[in-house]
Design a protein around this ligand. Structure first.
Ligand code: MG
Length: 374
């Protein structure tokens, strides 16, 4: 109360001072306002994976990304698009989209809704490209007010989840080696769906008894066999099963979710906010990734809608630098489970950002998405 009154008196005094010294007031009024526009720049980059990454559908050693920078009044926000092959985006499609976007028409970076609604309208597709602008814009906004995003959203940094570390499909000796390397993570995510599921889980269990998440990447075909496997997985300490059946098998998936002893999570089956309602009784929850959701703005809304539908929420990622991973981590106090290890799977990161400490996502006090260039 006292402080408020004191501030009020200070304000009045400053105003009075202005009227007493008219020259100063006029001088500042007459000063031309510097033109401030958003300026987008970008470059292509290839992430090198530490291990060949194998899931039910394919194997690969690199991931193409595009790194964006959004400048306003000398302050730069960082963003990123990551394009794993199954999403259908590439260096070419992303740079072509970004070349079409005219952000110079905006002179207020806080008009995030206006700016991102425009960006979304430029083309129907290009979700990762859109995310690269959304992330850079949020980073910029945080840097202008000098606050981390989680603070601007009112989130408690103590409530970040542990993150899983992903073990790809491989031979038992490689799986055991990767599991040993993942010592320090409180939960692991095991990829299944290539016919050696029990061997995969048993190899991991020879090394550790931490809880497991399982991601089948649409690799199971038969719902009864899937249910039987889920019962077996539950006995092995698995917490949930991600994308067990092909995304088109909606009816089978609804049956499986109804009968499953573990939560089922949608990943490949859905992308954006408008997809969620239709999946309420098909999956127990959703895996939100910024490269699918077009970035933080829509991801935040998706969490709210999923909660309203009483669905579980996990936050995932692609193989990404610390840029996109740190951006997703800003929302992580709101989710049940996180799989934010994309930056840990690469050997040529260009930023440093949020860290995994004792298995837990640990936010820092850097403004915006919480990163600096290496
Ligand atoms: Mg997945």
């Amino acid at each position: 109360m006292y402080l408020n009154r004191r501030n009020f008196i200070k304000t009045i005094s400053a105003a009075s001072l202005g009227t007493l010294i008219p020259n100063i007031a006029v001088a500042s009024f007459m000063k031309p306002i510097k033109s401030k526009k958003l300026k987008l720049s970008f470059r292509t980059y290839d992430l090198q994976l530490k291990h060949t990454f194998t899931v039910a559908e394919y194997s690969r050693d690199t991931t193409p990304v595009v790194l964006t920078e959004l400048e306003y009044d000398g302050i730069i926000g960082y963003g990123e698009a990551s394009m794993p092959p199954y999403l259908g985006e590439s260096h070419k499609s992303v740079t072509s989209f970004l070349s079409k976007v005219n952000l110079a028409q905006f002179n207020d970076p806080f008009r995030i809704d206006d700016i991102l609604t425009y960006v979304d309208s430029v083309d129907k597709k290009n979700r990762a490209a859109k995310a690269s602008i959304d992330i850079a814009l949020h980073d910029l906004m945080g840097k202008i007010v000098n606050q981390p995003l989680y603070k601007l959203w009112g989130l408690n940094p103590e409530e970040t989840p542990v993150t899983s570390f992903t073990i790809g499909i491989d031979k038992p000796d490689v799986v055991r080696m990767k599991t040993k390397e993942a010592k320090g993570f409180k939960v692991l995510k095991v990829k299944l769906g290539r016919g050696n599921d029990k061997e995969m889980i048993n190899s991991v269990r020879e090394i550790t008894d931490v809880p497991l998440y399982v991601d089948v990447n649409q690799g199971w075909q038969n719902k009864e066999e899937a249910l039987e496997m889920i019962h077996w997985l539950k006995e092995k300490g698995v917490i949930f099963v991600e994308q067990p059946l092909p995304k088109e098998n909606i009816d089978d998936m609804a049956w499986l979710t109804q009968n499953s002893p573990l939560p089922t999570m949608a990943d490949e089956a859905f992308q954006r906010l408008s997809d969620i309602v239709a999946f309420k009784d098909v999956y127990s929850g959703i895996n939100i990734k910024l490269m699918k959701s077009t970035g933080l703005r829509e991801a935040h809304k998706m969490i709210t809608v999923a909660r309203a539908l009483d669905m579980k929420v996990m936050m995932g990622c692609m193989t990404e630098t610390s840029c996109a991973v740190s951006a997703a981590a800003q929302l992580s106090p709101l989710v049940d489970w996180a799989d934010l290890d994309g930056n840990l799977l690469i050997s040529n990161d260009v930023y440093e950002g949020v860290k995994v400490i004792n298995g837990k996502i640990t936010l820092n006090n850097l403004p915006g998405i919480g990163i600096r260039k290496l």
